[in-house]
Design a protein around this ligand. Structure first.
Ligand code: AHM
Ligand code: MG
Length: 325
């Protein structure tokens, strides 16, 4: 089934507003354009450094900047979109005065993988615009539980779109005519797994409960878990979440001691919230090691958060260890 037929059917079945479907189509349109740039790499002159930095002090790659421009230009020309917030922008960008939705996105996630031809992606989250007159930053600061659409496009071996409107998780693959075709429906994550993803080089910076949990996994059959675990780390959250949706697993980017002003590396609004909604819609868990990510009340657009998500049994165990101190 094509994405367009799916949207039509899903809209009827769940009484979704026209404007929300319009917003979804516009996001997908932008991601299809980004996919074309990604595919050609050096041939479309998109590799290398942009020579600029973003609000968060991170050096931008050319493709970060190009993907951001494509997202903004496409969404600003969409009547249903009242405003945007991007990981690469200092503050929010206004859209149509008639719009009823806010779109938050990481235009190109996994930037360190751009120049080495490893999977990267675009992550998006859609919130309703509160009825509060002219747009302001506080309109965006809604918890993840308010999302009405979330998903990502993975620019991998295949380009795949994965999304949820809160009625299950669906995956689509881009064909050679640039159309997304549904390839998986009602995705579920097994509660148990023997695969984990974490950047082990940060071990010395973590808090004790996280080290303790990882020590248990590393001990394998000889430890309290009584089974061997395997490890994967792509360094692209989109690829990691996709693997977990396809075969289970647990992904962690925990809080560490390096910079007390940053409780974790990943951003709540552009990365943690949309991915947590997808994972919980598929029956998995998502916490910051203390509370469910979707219940966190945001205090800033670029706020960072610790992220533990995936198979329920592992997420529960990490979270329990932290609550016990
Ligand atoms: P980015 O948005 O600047 O690309 O950073 C986010 C990425 C995630 O995709 C990934 O999980 C993580 O950073 C990788 O971090 P590390 O460089 O520590 O491996
Ligand atoms: Mg990112």
């Amino acid at each position: 089934m094509s994405l367009l037929s799916f949207l039509e059917q899903h809209q009827k079945q769940h009484h979704l507003p026209d404007d929300l479907i319009q917003t979804a189509k516009s996001i997908v349109n932008a991601c299809t354009q980004i996919s074309q740039k990604v595919r050609l790499g050096a041939l479309s002159d998109v590799l290398g450094e942009a020579g600029s930095g973003n609000i968060q002090g991170e050096a931008q790659k050319k493709l970060d900047v190009i993907a951001n421009q494509i997202m903004i230009q496409t969404l600003q020309n969409t009547n249903s979109v009242a405003g945007l917030a991007s990981e690469e922008e200092d503050t929010f960008v206004s859209g149509s005065e008639k719009g009823s939705y806010l779109v938050l996105f990481d235009p190109l996630d996994g930037s360190s993988n751009i120049d080495v031809n490893i999977s990267i992606g675009t992550i998006f989250s859609v919130l309703p615009k509160p009825n509060s007159g002219s747009l302001k930053e506080s309109d965006f600061l809604q918890s993840g539980a308010n999302q009405v659409l979330a998903g990502y496009v993975l620019y991998g071996v295949q380009t795949q779109l994965v999304l949820t409107f809160g009625h299950g998780v669906f995956a689509f693959t881009l064909n050679d005519k640039n159309e997304f075709i549904m390839t998986k429906e009602n995705i579920t994550i097994p509660a148990e797994t023997a695969e984990f993803a974490i950047n082990m080089s940060n071990y010395r910076h973590w808090e004790n409960p996280m080290r303790d949990y990882i020590d248990e996994l590393l001990a394998g059959k000889d430890g309290v878990r009584g089974k061997n675990y395997n490890m994967r780390w792509v360094a692209s959250m989109v690829a990691e979440v996709h693997r977990i949706l396809m075969r289970g697993g647990v992904f962690m980017y925990p809080k560490d001691h390096r910079d007390p002003s940053k409780p974790g590396k990943l951003r709540l609004m552009y990365e943690a919230n949309p991915m947590s909604w997808l994972i919980t819609q598929a029956g998995g868990g998502a916490t910051n090691a203390m509370q469910a990510i979707l219940t966190i009340q945001p205090t800033g657009l670029h706020q960072r958060v610790a992220v533990i998500l995936g198979s329920q049994e592992e997420v529960d165990r990490v979270t329990r260890k932290h609550s016990q101190g």
